[in-house]
Design a protein around this ligand. Structure first.
Ligand code: HEC
Ligand code: HEC
Length: 330
C-alpha cells in the first residue's frame, strides 16, 4: 500500500473507530434511507415477471458435464456447482448454508463468486474486506439507499445469523478465487428492447429496440443460463456514448480535491491490501454502492474513506465512472 493511501486509511480508521459505536447503533435501529433520486436502472424490481416453474427438467450449460434443474436453481440452500474442477471444494456455508437463515452464499453469488447485477461479485475480494463487510451487515452499519428488494433484505438477515467460523470459511474460499471476466461493455444510443425480468434487465423475446438514454443496462446474453446460476454467464453492458472516456478522466483526475482512486484501490484498480478491487465488476452493483456511501446508508467501519470520494459526484459522473470500471479487465 503506498504512503498516501496508508495514511488516508489510517486517519479514516481512527476517525471511524472513535465514531463507531454511535453510528452503528443509530443505523441498526433506523430503516434503510431511500434516496428519492435513486437511478432505478441499478435497483430493478418487477414481481409480475412470469417465472418459469421450479420443475425437474434436466438442464446443461456449455463446457460442463453437470446436470441441474430449475428446482435446484430456486433452492437458496444449494449452490449449483457447474464447474467443480475449476476451484477448490466449496465450504459447506457456500454450498448449503445453514437453516433457517444462512442461505448458501453460492446460490446467489454463484459457486465461483461472479455474482450478477442483482447482487455483487465477491470472487477475488480480500478476505479481510469480506470479513469486515459481514461485520457491517451484522451491526446494521451497512444498509441500503435503494428501494427495498428481497435479496438485500436476505443479505442483511444472513449477516445477522452467520457465525464467525462461517464467515472465515466463506472469506477464505471467495478471496482465493480470481474473478472471471463476464462483462462486455458497449457504448450505444439504441439498444435491444428490454423487459425487467424480476431483478434484472433481459432482452425482450419479441425483439425491437429502445433508446438507452442516461441509463446503464446490464443484461445476460442468455437469460436461462443466468437463471441456472452458471458462473460463466456472460453479460452485455450498454453504457451512454462517451461515458467510458469521461469515467477514465474522472478516475484519473482527483478533481475536487479527491484522492485519486488508484491510491487506495491499487495502480490497476484490482485492490490493495484490504481495499477491494473495483476493475471489471458489475456497474449496477457499484452504482448502488455509490448511492449508499453518498446518502450514508452504507456507514461501515471503513466507509468514511469512500464518502468524501463520492460526495462531489453527480449521478451522471457516477454513471461514467462505473461504466469505465466495468470496461476494465477484472
Ligand atoms: C439471497 C441472496 C444472497 C445470498 C444467499 C448471499 N448474498 Fe451476499 N449479497 C447479496 C446481495 C443482494 C448483495 C448486494 C447488496 C447491495 O446491492 O448492496 C450482497 C453483498 C455481499 C457482500 C458485499 C460485497 C462487496 O463487494 O462489498 C459480501 C461480502 C457478501 N454478500 C457475502 C456473502 C456471503 C459470505 C454469503 C454466504 C454466507 C452471502 N453473501 C450470501 C445477496 C446474497
Ligand atoms: C482513501 C482511500 C480511498 C479512495 C481515495 C477511494 N476509495 Fe473506494 N473504497 C475505499 C475503501 C476503504 C472501501 C471499502 C469501504 C467500506 O468498507 O465501506 C472502498 C469501496 C469502494 C467501492 C465499493 C466496493 C465494493 O465492492 O462494494 C467502490 C465502487 C469504490 N470504492 C470506488 C472508488 C472510486 C471510483 C474511487 C475514486 C473516485 C475511490 N473508490 C477512491 C477506499 C478508497
Amino acid at each position: 500500500m503506498n504512503n498516501l493511501c496508508r495514511s488516508a486509511l489510517g486517519a479514516g480508521l481512527v476517525f471511524v473507530l472513535l465514531a463507531a459505536t454511535p453510528v452503528s447503533a443509530q443505523n441498526a435501529a433506523a430503516p434503510s434511507k431511500w434516496a428519492p433520486d435513486f437511478p432505478l436502472w441499478a435497483a430493478l424490481w418487477n414481481p409480475d415477471f412470469p417465472r418459469e416453474p421450479a420443475n425437474e427438467d434436466p438442464y446443461n450449460v456449455p463446457n460442463s458435464s453437470q446436470t441441474f434443474t430449475m428446482q435446484h436453481a430456486r433452492n437458496l440452500f444449494f449452490a449449483l456447482d457447474w464447474h467443480p474442477d475449476n476451484h477448490p471444494a466449496l465450504p459447506d456455508v457456500v454450498l448449503h448454508g445453514r437453516q433457517p437463515e444462512v442461505w448458501a452464499c453460492g446460490s446467489c453469488h454463484r459457486a465461483e463468486g461472479t455474482g450478477g447485477p442483482e447482487n455483487a461479485p465477491i470472487a477475488g475480494l480480500p478476505a479481510a474486506y469480506i470479513v469486515q463487510q459481514m461485520a457491517d451487515f451484522k451491526s446494521g452499519a451497512r444498509m441500503f439507499s435503494a428501494p427495498q428488494r428481497k435479496p438485500i433484505h436476505d443479505m442483511t438477515q444472513i449477516g445477522k445469523a452467520i457465525t464467525d467460523e462461517e464467515v472465515e470459511a466463506a472469506a477464505a474460499y471467495f478471496s482465493a478465487l480470481s474473478l472471471d471476466p463476464i462483462l462486455k461493455v458497449v457504448e450505444a444510443e439504441t439498444i435491444p428492447k428490454t423487459v425487467i425480468a424480476g431483478l434484472i434487465y433481459a432482452k425482450d423475446p419479441d425483439g425491437g429496440t429502445e433508446p438507452l438514454g442516461d441509463r446503464i443496462v446490464e443484461m445476460p446474453n442468455d437469460l436461462k443460463q443466468f437463471e441456472m446460476r452458471d458462473s460463466r454467464s456472460q453479460f452485455t453492458v450498454y453504457v451512454p456514448v462517451g461515458s467510458i472516456a469521461k469515467g477514465a478522466i474522472l478516475i484519473a483526475g482527483g478533481a475536487n480535491g479527491r484522492v485519486p482512486c488508484v491510491n487506495c484501490h491499487g495502480a490497476d484498480l484490482r485492490g490493495l491490501g484490504p481495499v477491494p478491487g473495483i476493475a471489471g465488476r458489475s456497474p449496477s452493483y457499484f452504482m448502488r454502492q455509490f448511492m449508499d456511501f453518498k446518502t450514508g446508508a452504507r456507514a461501515g467501519t471503513w466507509s468514511a474513506l469512500m464518502k468524501p470520494q463520492v460526495e462531489p459526484l453527480s449521478i451522471e459522473d457516477m454513471t461514467a465512472i462505473v461504466a469505465y470500471l466495468a470496461s476494465l479487465p477484472p
